[in-house]
Design a protein around this ligand. Structure first.
Ligand code: FAD
Ligand code: NAG
Ligand code: NAG
Ligand code: NAG
Ligand code: NAG
Ligand code: NAG
Length: 658
């Protein structure tokens, strides 16, 4: 009996050692760099960059309040929004003893748990954290509105509410002056204040507060706002238009100050000019403005033009010009892009949802069902099947649980992925901020629609095999529920409704549906700030890759397009460039004994081991080496164990008899 126990323990231990060793070999390949490289901000911006390490220590228990942008470095909207966020940070830099403008990149794997915890459902999302906030406060959402002024106005009204509710007692007084007469203002004013101003304005105007905050560091000034609902004070001071600026000097009677431009800048200028003319020294470096308005207007104008442009079919000359300006690139499908899109989706995106139930659960199930059936993982799809089945058995799940499930399953089935995370091939941008994940996601869904059409009998018993729109349904659910780029998801759902996504009557029609939808997005984004200059948004496929796809009159030959898509996105066309151990030129893989084997053959040599895992020659050769090493260590441990056993023998016997 003792021998049996030792035998079992031995086997278990060996198995364990084998798995740990094989896992660690795969894990060590992983690279920890964030998906979008360095994120959208750097040290030269006035935006404070937060990360998983310093987020809570900064935001909680602070003497200042925080306005944080949760963004995703690959999200096009975030990319376009970043200059505005930088402009806002610079614009209100002089408020930073009151509110700090910050940002955190949710595409960075390390920050993933923070973005999940704070319930970030779309990007970019702005959240306000009060002075001295404490967990479990998740911050208040601040709406972005249409432009940077609306963000600032929303922030101002938040700050006013905060002070009225008793927070921000050390801030300058931004509550409206409520007395019906101006009496004895000097009694409560610090002695270094030389001039006192009242800004009379409409009740909903942010101007007064903005000017107060802009100039609050100038010790010789004090400014209060009076709102139009303080009618008596307005009448007594003969105020008839808003804004009106009234100044008081010590030992002087009040004066109305002329404001030439009724804006924040105009009022600020008038106050400064007034006191400078009276010999008061103020620090000119405080309260400088950044001209951001032009940037916004340019962007809005730009978006209108591309909106109109997308409806116009380009002339032949324009198309040819477009082709010439393109860098000649090949149009290939890469395994690394597919796997990286899948990995980011599984490990990062889905897990950012706080809680998955109801429709979200339904969307997740459909997505996993399609992936498990049609995603071409290189070794086997057991990883996806396990996750699909676990999710199927649950009615509700938190994002965190899903994240754990994905992680442990990946470890158990390791190695699931072939390359390094964030290492893109076809989806590699000319700079870090371009392409990557959204490109990989498009590619993955095209690949799924095409192979669903090419191999209709792959999984005949699946629930969805009768539905020609099954892949589109899975994509629609995924994009609408989990895709982190909120405006992309909204546009896609809109296109889906307009173009009747679920009406596809055949699997080929579904392939063409997605092709058309993608071209519609390409047209809208052509010339956009997020366009990689080296990978222009063309009407796909390019004429150079598929001359037959267009008739001479320029309209599409859809039969040819379908043919092209069926070739490009089929399993057979997948390229394995960039996957270690695989030599793309020769199409061979190193098998570890000094010789090379063609990949096609290798795939067929896959065998199911006694443990029920699919391992190929490559895996086995690594494991054999590790096996020998483990066995050697085991022998040492066993000797030690044998020595100790003699001491504990009686104790063990007792245990097993009981
Ligand atoms: C569902 C979805 C909606 C999106 N909506 C928006 C949005 O509203 N606003 C925004 O700024 N960004 C949006 N994006 C991101 C944007 O579409 C691009 O993915 C991103 O800008 C990267 O572009 P890219 O140059 O890598 O090429 P992508 O457009 O990502 O294309 C990836 C690859 O697919 C192939 N391809 C291109 N067109 C087609 C086609 N018609 N049929 C088949 N294959 C094709 C090409 O090989 C291309 O390299 C969306 C992304 C997705 C997945
Ligand atoms: C920050 O990025 C800008 C471009 O976006 C670059 O010009 C600048 O040198 C960078 N600054 C630092 C400190 O990295
Ligand atoms: C977070 O940011 C701080 C300060 O910029 C930096 O020192 C730290 O290394 C960062 N941590 C991570 C995990 O990136
Ligand atoms: C105001 O008057 C008081 C006494 O009447 C004087 O002490 C003080 O210096 C004056 N202040 C200014 C700013 O003129
Ligand atoms: C272009 O030519 C094709 C075939 O010759 C024809 O079917 C199609 O209707 C034409 N399109 C337009 C817009 O003229
Ligand atoms: C290496 O392994 C391959 C695949 O198992 C085999 O075909 C080949 O003969 C081996 N080469 C040597 C030199 O042992």
């Amino acid at each position: 009996m003792e021998l049996d126990i030792i035998g079992i323990a031995l086997k278990l231990w060996l198995l364990n050692a084998l798995m740990i060793n094989c896992n660690s070999a795969a894990i060590s390949l992983k690279d920890q760099s964030p998906i979008g490289g360095q994120g959208l901000y750097n040290a030269s911006d006035d935006v404070v960059i937060l990360n998983a390490t310093n987020f809570k220590t900064n935001v909680y228990g602070s003497t200042r309040s925080w306005l944080v942008e949760f963004y995703n470095s690959w999200c096009g909207y975030c990319y376009r929004f970043a200059p505005s966020w930088k402009a806002l940070a610079s614009d209100i830099l002089s408020w930073n003893d009151i509110v700090v403008v910050a940002a955190i990149d949710c595409a960075d794997d390390d920050n993933n748990p923070i973005c999940r915890e704070y319930e970030i459902m779309h990007y970019p999302m702005l959240k306000y954290f009060s002075v001295n906030a404490h967990p479990p406060s998740l911050g208040l959402v601040i709406e972005k509105g249409d432009n940077i002024d609306s963000v600032r106005h929303n922030l101002v009204s938040r700050l006013e509410t905060e002070q009225q509710e008793g927070r921000g007692s050390t801030w300058p007084n931004i509550t409206p002056y409520r007395n019906v007469e101006i009496t004895d203002i000097w009694r409560t004013t610090s002695s270094n204040v030389k001039y006192f101003f009242f800004i009379f304005e409409n009740t909903d105007s942010p101007l007064g507060t903005e000017v107060i905050l802009d100039l609050h560091r100038i010790g010789s000034l004090q400014i209060r706002r009076v709102t139009s609902d303080n009618e008596l004070l307005c009448v007594m001071n003969k105020v008839t238009k808003f804004p009106t600026l009234i100044a008081f000097g010590r030992n002087e009677s009040q004066r109305v100050v002329n404001v030439r431009v009724s804006s924040r800048q105009g009022v600020r200028r008038a106050i400064k000019d007034y006191v400078i003319a009276r010999g008061v020294n103020i620090d000119e470096t405080i309260g400088t403005t950044v001209s951001h308005d032009t940037a916004w207007n340019a962007e809005n104008a730009h978006q209108t033009t591309i909106g109109a442009k997308s409806l116009i079919v380009k002339s032949r000359e324009e198309q040819e010009e477009e082709q010439r300006s393109l860098k000649k690139t090949d149009d290939y499908l890469y395994q690394l892009d597919l796997e990286n899109a899948l990995r980011y989706s599984m490990n990062n995106e889905i897990s950012q949802t706080k809680s998955i139930d109801g429709e979200k659960m339904e969307a997740l199930r459909k997505y996993l069902a399609v992936l498990a059936a049609y995603f071409p993982l290189r070794r086997s799809n057991t990883y996806l099947e396990v996750i699909r089945d676990v999710v199927k058995s649950r009615t509700t799940m938190t994002g965190e649980e899903f994240s754990q499930l994905a992680k442990t399953t990946e470890e158990e089935m390791s190695p699931v992925y072939s390359g390094l995370p964030h290492q893109w091939m076809g989806c590699k941008g000319s700079a870090n901020s371009y392409r990557g994940y959204p490109c990989g996601l498009w590619t993955m869904f095209h690949m799924l629609t095409v192979n669903f059409a090419l191999e209709p009998n792959k999984v005949p018993q699946a629930d969805f095999s009768q539905d020609p729109a099954a892949v589109l349904r899975a994509m629609h659910g995924y994009i609408g529920t989990f895709f982190g780029c909120a405006d992309c998801a909204a546009h896609f759902v809109e296109i889906a409704g307009k173009n009747r996504i679920f009406d596809a009557r055949s699997r080929d029609e579904a392939v063409l549906w997605l092709w058309r939808a993608h071209n519609e997005v390409n047209a809208r984004l052509s010339g956009d700030a997020t366009e990689d200059p080296e990978h222009k948004k063309i009407q796909y496929p390019a004429a150079e890759h598929c001359p037959a796809c267009r008739y001479v009159n320029g309209s599409w030959n859809e039969e040819e397009v379908l043919q092209y898509l069926r070739t490009k996105y089929s399993y057979n066309s997948i390229k394995y460039d960039g996957i270690s151990g695989y030599d793309s030129d020769v199409g061979t893989i190193n098998v570890g004994n000094g010789s090379r084997v063609r990949l096609g053959r290798l795939a067929k040599e896959k065998r199911t081991t006694a443990f029920g895992w699919d391992l190929n020659v490559f895996d086995i050769s690594i494991c054999v080496v590790l096996y020998v090493t483990s066995a050697a260590i085991l022998v040492l441990v066993c000797i030690k164990f044998a020595v100790k056993r003699t001491k504990k023998k009686s104790h063990i016997n007792l245990l097993f008899k009981a």
